[in-house]
Design a protein around this ligand. Sequence first.
Ligand code: NAD
Length: 478
Amino acid sequence: MSLDETLRELGHLVNGTIAAGGDSFPVVSPATGQVVAQCPDASLDLLDEAVAAARAAQPGWQALGEASRREIIRSLGAAVIEHFAAIDELESLEKGVPNAAVELYMARIYANHIADTPLPVEIIEDNDDRLIQLVRKPVGVVAAISPWNAPLLITAEKVFSALAVGNTVVAKPSPFTPLGTLKMAAVWKDILPPGVLNVLAGGDELGAAMVSHPGTDMISFTGSVSAGKSIAGAAGRQMKQVVCELGGNDAAIVLGDVDVKVVAPRLYGAAFQLGGQACAAIKRVYVHRSIYQALVDELAAWAGLAKAAPAADGGTFGPLVTRPQFERVSELVSDALARGAKAASGGAPVPGDGYYFPPTILTDAGPGVRVVDEEQFGPVLPVIPFDDVEEAIAAANATDFGLCGSVWTADIALGRALADRLQAGTTWVNNHTEVAPHIPFGGIKSSGLGRAGGRPGIDAYSNLQTQIIYKNADRVSG
Ligand code: NAD
């Protein structure tokens, strides 16, 4: 099928059918800055239909039983790999890099893990007299709202977790990257009963309408802190359950006892994966002054190997995904340079129509400079020296963010003790940026509420029910 035909067939998934027509909005390729497709824009009437379909489908989906639901989730994971090429074509177009849909392989791992993991039942007390247990019940209809950086995996993780517990879903991808997700929904349409999953494309207003809709019972949101705070506030006013996976400004603290040649590529990889557009990417490095220059040189050497350009022109480093993000990163770097920072690599956007910015290592930028204090969410890494590790711990924690943090050292006991003092939802010793379905992930402070992954990730989509059963009928009979 040609790309034009694929695009023409794309639509929202509502009650088991693909709905197109109506208004549309443009989707731009960040590789060229050109409009590459028009995406259908869901109306509020269509949202009503989708929510009604999800509500109608929920009791049947719950009644299907946990084991059957889990096997269907396994099939969803298999289907995205079977249809990888079709989804990838669209995802690569809207993200401006080849093989953008590689996150689908991770999605299948999530599906299989959830399929293999029965819902937890906690036995709190079990004796001759009574049984007390804690079980997971569905919340109802989940509104799932995703950002543009890893749209397929983030949507898949939300959908699998919600469906496993017996919820039904109305999902919305980012308006910057909706195409791959609509294709993924079309692939899943034939596997799921109608109404169990509905996917609508649209902008922030559609997201806000999903949050305030009286027919949604829970909000699962991944995105910026500002939208997260507004969503958590709106959900709270309606007593809706909410999970918010928000931004971060992750610090990595590197002690003087590491081998710079070994650590630099690991730090580089964890900072510049997806061009730095990852919530759990390293966004600040604090390094002991004894190895400061050596580490800066090594990071700059790694950055120098990358070519920020379209793949067709030999590029190995992709663009920023959105124009606002490209402008923001450009502004943060020029602000830092104007305040005395120096670029050991990169430092300016690549001329042209695409949103390319080379991997940029900044020195001489400290607290009070925006690129250090704010989440840059792009290919920029300030590297900051310290003399006493206490300074580094204090600086790492001196932020409203609390997503992840790491300590790098050959002294594992010291690393553990220091990492334990980082104010973050995930801490590492000698690693950074690791997500897996069995590992709970999420933020503290302004970085979020609730968790994805592991048992807390299932609980986020559950109503917890405490069941107390007295075992002897003589309590009620003579
Ligand atoms: P964004 O908040 O602008 O948008 C995310 C989604 O929310 C989009 O679908 C958007 O249309 C919708 N939206 C925006 N405002 C809304 C509102 N008021 N009500 C309801 N929906 C609304 O975020 P973005 O720019 O797409 O994504 C980048 C951000 O996401 C970064 O801050 C990044 O750190 C964060 N992120 C966090 C995680 C995590 O797991 N913690 C993962 C990926 C991205």
